[in-house]
Design a protein. Sequence first.
Length: 340
Amino acid sequence: MKTSAVAALHLASLLLLAGANGAAAQDFPAGKNLDFIVGGTAGGGYDQYARAIARHIGKHLPHKPNVVVRNLPGAGGLVATNYLFNAAPRDGSTIAALGREMALGPLLTPNAGSYQYKAMDFAWIGSPQQDTGLLLINAKAPAQTLEAMRTQPLQMSGLGPGTLPSVFPVLINNVLGTKFNVVNGYPGSPEALMAVERGEVDGHTAAGTSAALRAKIDPLIAKGEMKAVLQLGLSKDPAYDAPLLLDLVKDEGDRKLVEVFLTPQYAGRPIAAPPSLAPGLVAALRNAFEATMRDPEFRAEAASQKLELNPVTGVEIEVALARVYAMPADLIRRASVLAQ
C-alpha cells in the first residue's frame, strides 16, 4: 500500500486543504457539542482510541466544542455507519469511529440491503493507527497449527457478515485450505474474545491489536492458554511470534485477493463524517485530527495507555479505498463470495 500513489497523498491533502481552510472557522457550528459516535462496544479498541482522541480534538477545532462520545454498537459497526450516512447532522457536529471493514461492505456485498450508504461519499477524517490482525486460538482447541487446521474444523467467533473477524477465517480457508466455521452474532470484539476464553468457540480473528486487546490476550498467551497463529496485515507486529498471511500466499491472484481485505487494515481505525459536508467543515475536522495526532498531551496520554500511533490522513484513506473500488470486476466478485 505504501506505493508511489500513496507517497503523493500528502501533496493532494495539502492542495485540498489550502482551498478550504479559509472557510473552516465560519462554517464550523458554534455553541454545539461534537458528537463522537463509536461503532463498537465500550472497552473495545475503537472505543479506547476514540475516547483518547475526544479528550483533545476539541481544542483544535473552531469554537473549541465539547466532545461527547456515544457508543452505537451493532452488526460489527453497521448500525453506526448507516446512522452516520443517513441520519447524522451534516453541519460538522458529528463524526464517527467506524468499523474499518464498513468501507468495503457495499462493494463486496452490493446486493445487501443492510448497507445503506456509499463508502466513497463519506468525508474520511483520518485514522490514528494502521493495524495488523491476529488469528487467535484457544490452547485447548483440537488443532493448534495451520497444518492441523487444514484437516480439523474449528469454530471461530465472528461479529457479522462483511466484518473482518468474520471474513478473515473464510479468506484463510480460501488461500491456505483451512477449515474454519464462523459463528456470527457477537456484538463486539470483547465478547467474541470472551467466547474463546470460555471455550465456547475455538478461536477468533481479531481485526487489530489495540491496547485493550493486548492487555487481554498477552497474559493468556504468556500462560499458554491462548496462541497467536497468524498475523493479518501489510506488516508484522513484532510483539507476536506468528507468520504474516501474505508471506504464506504464493499465488499472485490469491495475493491480490488478500490485499483487498488488508486495505481496511491500512485504514486502521477510521474516523469519518457524514457526506455532503461543506469543504470548510471537512478541512476543519481533518486539520483538527492531524493536529491531535501531533499534540504532545494526546501523544503522552496515548503512550500511557499503550495506544499505538501510526496515523493515516483522511485523503490517504480516500485514495486507498478508491484503489480497491477500481480493481477488476472478476477479483471483486471473488472477494464478494468470501465476504458473504
